[in-house]
Write a protein that binds this ligand. Sequence first.
Ligand SMILES: Cc1cc2nc3c(=O)[nH]c(=O)nc-3n(C[C@H](O)[C@H](O)[C@H](O)COP(=O)(O)OP(=O)(O)OC[C@H]3O[C@@H](n4cnc5c(N)ncnc54)[C@H](O)[C@@H]3O)c2cc1C
Length: 479
Amino acid sequence: MYKAAIIGGGVIGAMVARRLSAYDMNIVILEKEQDVAMGQSKANSGIVHGGYDPLPGTLKAKLNIEGNKLMEQTCRELDVHFRRNGAMVVAFNDEEADGINELYERGIKNGCIGLEILNGEDVQKKEKHLSERVKTALYVPSSGVVCPYELTIEAIGNAMDNGAELLLNFEVDSIENRDGLYYIESADGRKIVSEYVINCAGLYSDKIAAMIGDNSFFITPRAGEYLLLDKEASYLTDMTIFRVPTKMGKGVLATKTVDGNILLGPTSIDREDKEDLSVTDSGLSFVKSKEAEFFDDVPLDKVITQFTGLRAHGNKGDFIINMPQKGFVNVAGIESPGLSSAPAIGVMVEEMLINDGLSARKKANYNPCRVPKKRFREYTQEEKSKLIIENPAYGRIVCRCEEVTEGEIVEAIHRQPGAVDVDGIKRRTRSGMGRCQGGFCLPPVVEILARELGVSPNEVNKKGSGSNILFGRVKGGKK
Ligand SMILES: Cc1cc2nc3c(=O)[nH]c(=O)nc-3n(C[C@H](O)[C@H](O)[C@H](O)COP(=O)(O)OP(=O)(O)OC[C@H]3O[C@@H](n4cnc5c(N)ncnc54)[C@H](O)[C@@H]3O)c2cc1C
């Protein structure tokens, strides 16, 4: 029996679990995939927005501003990279310039700090590769970048360090409320009981709410397609560059990720299927044409991959955070700025439970900090040599593009929440994230996973069942 069951191992479930793990109570995170950070939290722009965009008075506005303020400390505690690189919303004509003034006013009302309106010349001084056709821009110094899956993984790991349980491959299929307790059953027949349920199921949060009879909202998948450029193109921009937003979102942007790649996109088109992560010709052409408006020369020969993320777009025009029934909390419709708001959403849910009479005391030994993981490529030569002497696995480079060692891959498998597949290694270490996109490191990563997990290499998959990498030997006997 659990005090709280959190459905969804995305960044929102992670931040809620982290806050609740500070209390003396049993909590569990239920995730339908075989790893965490597999939904929206793995494929987004990674921007910690300043908070000038959401309409004043909305939860989006309040939580964005609070989340942005909390992000720095959260990342420090979790040993996650965060960089306040700043952002500019650029305007090319008078109509867009009016939009910039509106955003400025809105940002001030929301409490967004440091906003400035720049003329074309000042814009050029800040980002010299931007088109000279930019007339004016809103400068947002509080905007930042973070790696969304690293943040999710480390926050869940921190909750686990503090006693939270994580049940993977647990697809919540039914929830029944009996005598003030929630009886939750997974698609494969596992059962748990919990006093509180926190619905952080992203695209499926409407389906989870409907399980207790709450049909008050629905979620539409809204696709965002991206192009990712090699670090060689990192000169293009240091800040995040936006257009004036429309009702479909913030539009196509360009940003430098916290790891130094240039990210171009996203599109914003509703899809029928919540699993449709396809990348389309039309989507990528649209991204390319919009980027060509920002920059006179977009180095498209440096594209290393493309991907799609699906936003959990709710029909209420704001985040849906409520308690439709005692003990059951919806944290739904958490589209952008959900990543930016995540630390503040964790605090809000904690307060909702306390106001509901949560009977648990704070743990005396709660630790908000994670033990830093080893990042070989960031070490000095001296530190590298010392580490290799302590453990020679750090002397074997597995991913040449991102300089990832065998030692780091082994650590990623054994540090909770441990990686169990190739993409899990990629999200935790960046092995396979570089220019060759896993061309060189895939075979050794499969071998290391098989060895450390005690399974056959044929059983190692990319990201869950049906994504096997090896199917048998083509030569050399029957094994
Ligand atoms: C294209 C795009 C760009 C974005 N850019 C930004 C940005 O730059 N800045 C920003 O602040 N925000 C951005 N966002 C929004 C941000 O990504 C989300 O707000 C945030 O990731 C939401 O996290 P979540 O935990 O609610 O959802 P998710 O990460 O989707 O997590 C939900 C989890 O629930 C699990 N789940 C679903 N159903 C079940 C079930 N039945 N049983 C068990 N588990 C289940 C899923 O597998 C998933 O892991 C963007 C989103 C997208 C898609």
